[in-house]
Design a binder for this molecule. Sequence first.
Ligand SMILES: Cc1ncc(COP(=O)(O)O)c(C=O)c1O
Length: 378
Amino acid sequence: MIRLSLLKELAHTHGTPIFVVDHDAIRRNYAEFRRYLPRVHPYYAVKANSDPAIIRTLFVIGSSFDVASIAEFNLVYDNIRDLPAEERQNYIWDKVIYSNPIKDRRTLQELDQYKPLVAFDNSEEITKIRRYAPNAGLALRIRVPNTGSMVELSSKFGASPAEAVDLIAMASDAGLVVEGLGFHVGSQCANFENYVQALSTSAAIMEEAQTRGYSLKLLDIGGGFPVRYDPHVRPFRELARILRRELDRLFPKELEILAEPGRFMVGSAATLVAEVIGKSERDGKPCYYINDGIYHTYSGILFDHCQYEIKSFRKGPKQISAVFGPTCDALDTISQAEALPDLKLGDLVYTENIGAYSHASSTWFNGFPPAKVVHVNE
Ligand SMILES: Cc1ncc(COP(=O)(O)O)c(C=O)c1O
């Protein structure tokens, strides 16, 4: 957690709203992931927060990357642009996965020169990859339970386990190389049983594939590693203990295992500081209007289904209050029930753990720009 006095100082220097990214926290999260899951290579899911400085910090400490669009690919590529061609190619092959199962043909055409590893989950995609990116390696994404995860993904992506080996066979028959299998248990997955089931399904598919003559080299256990937005979320080390046990029980030592953590790397690494720009009372409830909202850093409330706590620097007896963003839309309601002291115009408020899927979906709606990003401990 960034010191409150530093947050105030930064707000004073830069104005508000500011989105303060603590790079020490990113390095700590990465180190924690490596420490508790030494067998798993983390590929940072750039979509969680694609700020180039965040990518740079993770690049420097040796992270691999999960990208899901050409723009994200290029943000990672910027870090290796000056390497000799062979080293650059090896980096992409070893450390980048294009994880979006659905790819525009133009994207595939552009990607093909880099021979990346790409995800797929259906036969149409095999036809497209064969035609436009025949040099790519493939990872089949399967559908696994997303029960209880904050963001559900299985209604959109993942081949049914029953058709998995047929799809691997189809891709091989098309002359493509299927390197492995992957899944995503849903983002902010506090139900660790999802991982247990997904691993067991993956092991069964790999065994069936082996029997049919397809030997897979890698397993991608996706993202979903939860941030402790509240104390009910069990710590990462508990999930890691379960994962280590299941990975060792179900898969051979030589299998390469990778993961695509997004939220886990950056969620706890940023704090938003905003300012009270208006105040009223409606139906007896204090209402505060602040200069960041649902169309901006708090967009995660809508898109990510994440509920954030708003804290004030001012002390005093608290009352249930409403907090609104700055735009003219009533959808721009951050909270109808936030415990806050009596705030004054110009007071600062802040929200911790707002690093993932927040600034990434900020807009310019109504002419209000996204919060200014301020990096500390870079
Ligand atoms: C394919 C894929 N990989 C990784 C992630 C990152 O997931 P998380 O932020 O839950 O770790 C996502 C998130 O939507 C995703 O779709």
